[in-house]
Write a protein that binds this ligand. Structure first.
Ligand code: ADP
Ligand code: MG
Length: 247
């Protein structure tokens, strides 16, 4: 079953065409790695999926429900409902600095009046344990390392039990010695069959964890398929050029 269907997605910023008819599907339990040079439209594509950007044309379906159908968005209420099934992890964590770790996790369910205080505390403590940060529940984000912050951000993205998790370069802002702990958490989620789309520059990680790879360049999906096809035996010149340049 498709969790996510993206069809002919188009997006421009003024004269700049950033996404040119992007189409792809994400099936349940897929781990999709999205690679490509800086400026190719990867972040804009992810942000469009959760309605942080409005697209100009095309369709996005989540679990069979249209977020946007041939350029026309569904109702604001439905948009909220549909985007709530997706969790997002940003490059720069985006934690609230004045809230403790556990309060960061509890904020979203609290704002939408989901669960109750007791249940939300229980869920958040379980998720913190899952990412190895039970002992940091009452710390402020400023006291954490970058790797710990990103693990908190992942736990927070899981709080509302999303059907799909989206990651935008989750390790790009981290010192190299801290990327491993974040990649390990993502690998563990993959083992639990979490459906994920991960924009990443970590080619080895993409090869290990993904079952599909999309190579984006200049607002297009140039090549897609299993990691061995796209990362090891790419067919397109542009993919080869990108891979050989970043290796
Ligand atoms: P990537 O994540 O692959 O590096 P982005 O999606 O961030 O690419 O950006 C794609 C292009 O869109 C870039 O040329 C970028 O400068 C431009 N862009 C992104 N966001 C905006 C914006 N809010 N306004 C204008 N241009 C933007
Ligand atoms: Mg980006």
């Amino acid at each position: 079953m498709s969790i996510l269907q993206v069809n002919k997605l188009k997006k421009s910023f003024e004269q700049l065409e950033v996404l040119k008819q992007i189409s792809f599907d994400v099936e349940k339990n897929d781990v999709v790695a999205v690679i490509g040079p800086s400026g190719s439209g990867k972040s804009t594509m992810l942000r469009s999926l959760i309605h942080l950007e409005e697209i100009d044309g095309g369709s996005i379906t989540v679990n069979g429900d249209y977020l946007v159908n041939e350029g026309t968005y569904t109702s604001p209420k439905q948009i909220k409902q549909i985007t709530s099934r997706m969790g997002m992890v940003f490059q720069h964590f985006n934690l609230f600095p004045h809230l403790t770790v556990v309060e960061n996790l509890e904020l979203a369910p609290k704002l939408v009046k989901e669960g109750n205080a007791h249940q939300n505390r229980k869920d958040s403590m379980e998720l913190l344990e899952k990412v190895g940060l039970s002992d940091k529940a009452n710390a402020l984000p400023g006291k954490l390392s970058g790797g710990q912050k990103q693990r908190v951000a992942i736990a927070r993205a899981l709080m509302r039990k999303p059907d799909i998790l989206l990651f935008d370069e989750p390790t790009s802002a981290l010192d190299p010695e801290l990327t491993g702990e974040v990649l390990t958490v993502i690998k563990d989620l993959a083992k639990e069959q979490m459906t994920m789309v991960i924009v990443t520059h970590e080619m080895e990680f993409a090869r290990d964890v993904a079952n599909k790879v999309l190579f984006m360049d200049n607002g297009e999906i140039v090549e897609s398929g299993p990691p061995v096809d796209v990362l090891i035996n790419p067919k397109m010149e542009r993919t080869k050029k990108f891979l050989y340049r970043t290796k």
